[in-house]
Write a protein that binds this ligand. Structure first.
Ligand code: SAH
Length: 235
């Protein structure tokens, strides 16, 4: 594939490149990723037992999830198309002493070279930033071994998610820079489900990650209306 036909929206990747130096500052634009990380890390670990597993984190950014999975004992590879986020992720390893293999590539290209290589594939808060998310889901399905686990997280598309994820987070609470998210690219659980089905995956579970603006914290639950997580298995 040439650069022009890659499943990459350069404008989206540039947004993350510009902010990347603040990735590990828990009070920065990346605060929401820091805040949800313990929840999603435990969600994955409870279902797969991360220790000793071969794990791929697709769209790993500065490595918040990738590194935390390595600390739990997984052998983690992180891929992303952003140069600056990957540099930050690699630098942070020097500070933490964790080990992660970071590479600049797309899910599709990496899948062509590494079919069935991973026990677990995670792809968090990334699908809503790519031109063809179904193609990423399909690539993730090829990367995991039969019997392996996949985890996706993204933002739902409905009036409430518009209010919380765009108006609330970008305009009222100023948690995220304006323009971080494009509402039209948000993904309904039914859409994600149809893409996982098309990739021959079995969808095991959907869980919501809900933000409480009063206490300014997140919790896991059944409310899928804004942020949600999906757990799939490759049969
Ligand atoms: N998954 C991480 C980072 C989410 S931010 C976390 O949840 O902590 C979204 C990331 O997706 C950014 O780092 C961005 O560079 C990356 N990204 C966007 N489009 C991509 C693509 N087509 N291929 C690989 N990475 C991509």
């Amino acid at each position: 594939m040439t650069e022009a036909t890659l499943n990459v929206d350069q404008h989206e990747v540039s947004k993350f490149e510009e902010l990347a130096h603040r990735w590990w500052d828990p009070h920065s634009e990346f605060k929401p990723l820091h805040d949800i990380n313990p929840l999603r890390l435990d969600f994955v670990d409870r279902r797969v037992g991360l220790s000793g597993k071969q794990v791929l984190d697709v769209g790993c950014g500065g490595g918040i999830l990738a590194e935390s999975m390595a600390v739990r004992g997984a052998r983690v590879t992180g891929i992303d198309m952003g140069e600056a986020p990957l540099s930050v992720a690699k630098l942070h390893l020097l500070e933490s002493g964790a080990e992660v293999d970071y590479q600049r590539t797309t899910a599709e290209a990496f899948a062509a070279a590494n079919p069935g290589r991973f026990d677990v594939v995670t792809c968090m808060e990334m699908l809503e930033h790519v031109p063809d998310p179904a193609s990423v889901v399909e690539a993730c399905a090829r990367l995991v071994r039969p019997g392996g686990h996949l985890f996706f997280s993204t933002l739902n598309r409905n009036p409430k998610s518009f209010l919380f994820a765009i108006v609330g987070a970008e305009y009222v609470l100023n948690m995220l820079p304006r323009g971080t998210h494009d509402y039209a690219k948000f993904i309904r659980p039914s859409e994600l489900e149809s893409w996982t089905r098309a990739a021959d995956l079995e969808l095991k579970e959907l869980a919501g990650m809900t933000y409480n603006p009063l206490f300014r914290n997140y919790s896991l639950g059944h409310d899928l209306s804004v942020n949600y997580l999906a757990h799939c298995i490759r049969p």
